[in-house]
Design a protein around this ligand. Structure first.
Ligand code: ZN
Length: 488
């Protein structure tokens, strides 16, 4: 009775017009309903247990987590991605501790954390003597090979500019990021703490020293008064800058960690992939305290494992999706999205053929805005940024199967928290791949030792895992590929 009524009310159902879900896609419920809190809990208890030591990338705890995920992928019969047996994509983590340094020019010396900040070092390049050249912009920069390049730029631009100049042979970058010596002093105070922790990156790009310099230093090396710096940067050809000496006291250490990847090949277009992802690392131990990371992100990992299991069960019953479904547990997210950054630079599956990324990061906790009465909520980010088609499928999957309260607060493009850019989905989105980021949002246990299993709401976690599964199912099974919105 109900079903007939549904059909009458919803005449376009067979064409998928009304619900947003395609009629030719097999019913996912027998498998989605197998994703249950009772299965999620023991896995989460294990990942967040003391024996995994907070899963900090590069430590034995993270390795144990990776081994656990890999064993599960193997048991489910997922295909490995490296050779015919390995689920690991290894990446090197380079950690640098900068202990001091200076920049010298024309008989004056400017010290680290005073007038200059040694922002990035480079292994083996402790002391350099370089001619200096001023670049006003990326395009009109002069011959750079073997030179230090002085630019004026915002903090956010430095990395990209450094990469660009390095490819053209530059040997070091000096950046004026502050508009006055006073602002520079404030900046330096803020960055001191940050630098003291040491910094990590993946070893893929050959680094070069990057120094932030006070406008005072720029004025000295360019031999122009402070109040004429603006004009000087606008006509760099008229300048004859002093050569500079750079010294950096730096200690480098190297560790290895792995992304864990397995997949189920598609029956129709196996080269096209649907990526379901969650990072498995967390903060480890700090100042004698353990950070178990139950929500961040043991919750996403156990959901990932359950979703993989649901797809594997479907395959055992002869239901193979049209495109391949890839399950990926990222390493080193907490170090600056390093695992996904590395993956996007060294993709195992063609990025052009990567149809969607559904990423879960913190999906088991209640947030500040939703109390226990609204436990069945999830914050959604990105679903409508690149593909209205994806957004419609996601909403329709929720309406038909999970009925969660979808909170789009963080989805606003100008939201100050910038969640779209802050977890692993970003490294897919930056390549124009549609993403959905599922998260708890802010809560009091975020990045605290209290992010523990007892604060996980397993009913909620089950709901989110099912929603991701139903969305992945629809995108993987329907013959037509997700449509991208026209870009302007
Ligand atoms: Zn996280």
């Amino acid at each position: 009775m109900k079903r007939i009524q549904g059909l009458l009310l919803c005449g376009g159902w067979l064409l998928g017009v009304c619900t947003g879900l395609a009629a030719q896609v097999p019913d996912p419920r027998p498998f989605g309903e197998g994703i249950v809190a009772a299965d999620l809990r023991p896995d989460l208890e294990l990942l967040a247990s003391d024996s995994l030591q907070g899963r900090e990338a590069g430590t034995p705890g993270a390795e144990m987590a990776a081994a656990f995920i890999e064993a599960r992928f193997r048991a489910l019969g997922l295909r490995p991605v490296v050779g015919d047996s390995s689920y690991r994509q290894s990446l090197r983590l380079d950690r640098v501790q900068i202990r001091g340094g200076f920049l010298a020019a024309g008989g004056r010396q400017f010290r680290h954390l005073e007038e200059v900040i040694c922002w990035e070092g480079a292994p083996g390049q402790d002391s350099l003597h370089l001619p200096l050249v001023v670049a006003a912009g990326a395009e009109d920069a002069p011959a750079l090979a073997g030179k230090a390049v002085l630019i004026r730029a915002g903090m956010a631009e430095i990395r990209e500019l450094a990469g660009r100049y390095r490819r053209r042979g530059a040997a070091a970058l000096l950046a004026v990021t502050a508009d006055s010596p006073e602002t520079f002093a404030e900046q330096s105070k803020l960055l001191r703490l940050y630098l003291a922790q040491g910094r990590m990156k993946t070893g893929q790009d050959s680094p070069m020293p990057i120094l932030l310099v006070s406008p005072l230093v720029a004025s000295h090396v360019l031999k122009v008064p402070l109040d004429q710096l603006d004009a000087a940067f606008q006509s760099p050809d008229s300048l004859s800058p002093l050569p500079v000496s750079i010294a950096i006291d730096q200690v480098w250490t190297y560790q290895q960690t792995d992304n864990v990847i397995g997949y189920l090949p598609g029956a129709g277009k196996p080269e096209e992939t649907v990526m379901v992802t969650a990072h498995y690392d967390h903060l480890g131990e700090r100042r004698g305290k353990l950070f178990p990371g139950a929500d961040d992100n043991a919750s996403g990992v156990v959901a990932l494992l359950e979703i993989a299991e649901a797809f594997a069960e479907a395959r055992e019953q002869g239901l193979r999706p049209y495109r391949s479904v890839v399950f990926m547990a990222f390493a080193a997210e907490e170090k600056g999205l390093l695992g996904s950054d590395f993956y996007a630079d060294h993709p195992v599956f063609d990025l052009e053929q990567t149809v969607v990324n559904l990423n879960m990061d913190m999906v088991g906790h209640l947030d500040d805005a939703h109390g226990p009465k609204e436990a069945r909520f999830v914050s959604i980010v990105g679903s409508d940024w690149l593909s209205a088609d994806l957004h419609q499928i996601h909403e329709a999957a929720n309406a038909r199967y999970t009925q969660l309260l979808l909170d789009y607060t963080y989805n606003a493009k100008d939201h100050p928290e910038r969640f779209y850019y802050r977890s692993d989905q970003y490294h897919f989105a930056k390549h124009g791949i549609p993403v959905i980021f599922y998260t708890s949002g802010d809560h009091e246990d975020y990045h605290q030792p209290s992010d523990r299993v007892e604060n996980i709401h397993f009913g909620r976690l089950q709901g989110v895992a099912r929603l991701v599964f139903y969305t992945a199912w629809e995108v993987a099974f329907r013959p037509e590929r997700l449509r991208l919105d026209p870009q302007d």
